[in-house]
Design a protein around this ligand. Structure first.
Ligand code: FMN
Length: 323
């Protein structure tokens, strides 16, 4: 059977070069297991949740799959206790976003855990290479969740140029095999995909949130300005970034009249809503690739279609080459 395989597959122990994104505080154990079963790499986010709940998720995923998966941390804020517990648990990889913490990379390597570093700028990519990251994810500004402003089309080749032998995955705006094929032609070895998997059958978010993604156009996924008023503070210095989400009353209020929102009241209320499965009422994180998502699908089908379409797209693009 024709498939796709790049060197990063061997490095991460996966069959196809597709990594499912970590989704902060959202429940994605079943999704991660399904992506692993389909030959890709699943991830688990850690934001906001107490450590006993995280440990329970990690245990459950290890029960559901014996394939490699990643546990994610970010500096919003970095929970040191959960990070240390992650190294004790020893997943195949730790993935990290928003800053490049060289000391933590070294700590992971000392414990034999690979490091997948997500970056938003060329400068961060240089830091990631210097700090010894094993894989770099170049995340373009189209992405759902927290990110920067440089588009995937520009950032991926920039990062590839400084990454040397470190494999690069493209993220941001990739929801089908054409996007994966484009990532490969830009020099990446695969893709990290968020929004497309958020609207999967296995993802445990409200059905309403999935339907919002399916019916959204690309232009409905906007940068949430002044998001710092309602989201947890950073514990490590990071370059500027803003999350991308679908418009809600809160998103509009943050843009129009941020002073009318009291961080001390709104912050905890929103975190509580997220943990109760109502996060989409406030901040339904989502990338521009919502414009490419037209149905809710099982994760296995998403991976299979993405590989088939990428193979087709690469063959079609190859036909443009004439002697
Ligand atoms: C709901 C949601 C939550 C996210 N949470 C995290 C996170 O906790 N850590 C992280 O590294 N990236 C997070 N991301 C960003 C993804 O890693 C990835 O860069 C992004 O989803 C790729 O763009 P796409 O959504 O267009 O596929 C999140 C994305 C979404 C949509």
């Amino acid at each position: 059977m024709t498939t796709l395989r790049t060197p990063v597959c061997d490095l991460l122990g996966i069959e196809v070069p597709i990594v499912c994104a970590p989704f902060g505080p959202l429940e994605e154990v079943e999704l991660a297991a399904a992506v692993c079963a389909a030959g890709g790499m699943g991830s688990l986010g850690t934001a906001v949740r107490p450590l006993p709940e995280l440990r329970e998720q990690w245990r459950r995923l290890r029960e559901l799959t014996d394939r490699p998966f990643a546990i994610n941390h970010t500096s919003r804020p970095l929970n040191e206790e959960a990070f240390e517990a992650t190294l004790d648990f020893a997943p195949a990889a730790v993935s990290f976003h928003l800053s490049v913490p060289a000391d933590h990379i070294k700590r992971a390597h000392d414990r034999g855990v690979a490091w997948i570093q997500q970056v938003m700028t060329l400068r961060q990519a240089e830091e990631a290479v210097a700090a010894g990251a094993d894989v770099i994810v170049a995340q373009g500004g189209e992405a759902g969740g927290h990110g920067g402003w440089v588009g995937t089309m520009v950032l991926v080749p920039q990062v590839v140029d400084v990454a040397g032998r470190v494999p690069v995955l493209a993220a941001g705006g990739i929801a089908d095999g054409r996007g994966l094929a484009a990532a490969l032609t830009l020099g990446a070895q695969g893709a990290l995909v968020g929004t497309r998997f958020l609207a999967s059958e296995e993802m445990r978010i409200a059905e309403e949130w999935k339907r919002m993604i399916v019916s959204a156009g690309a232009e409905d996924a906007v940068k949430v300005v002044n998001s710092g008023r309602v989201l947890p503070p950073y514990t490590l210095p990071v370059p500027p970034n803003e999350p991308r989400a679908l418009r809600t009353a809160l998103v509009e209020q943050l843009a129009r009249d941020p002073e009318s929102i009291d961080p001390a009241e709104a912050g905890p209320r929103i975190v509580a809503a997220v943990l109760e499965g109502r996060g989409h009422e406030y901040l339904p994180f989502c990338g521009q690739s919502a414009g490419l998502v037209r149905e809710i699908l099982p994760a296995e089908e998403i991976v299979r279609r993405m590989v088939e379409e990428a193979v087709e797209a690469l063959s079609a693009a190859g036909r443009a080459v004439v002697a």
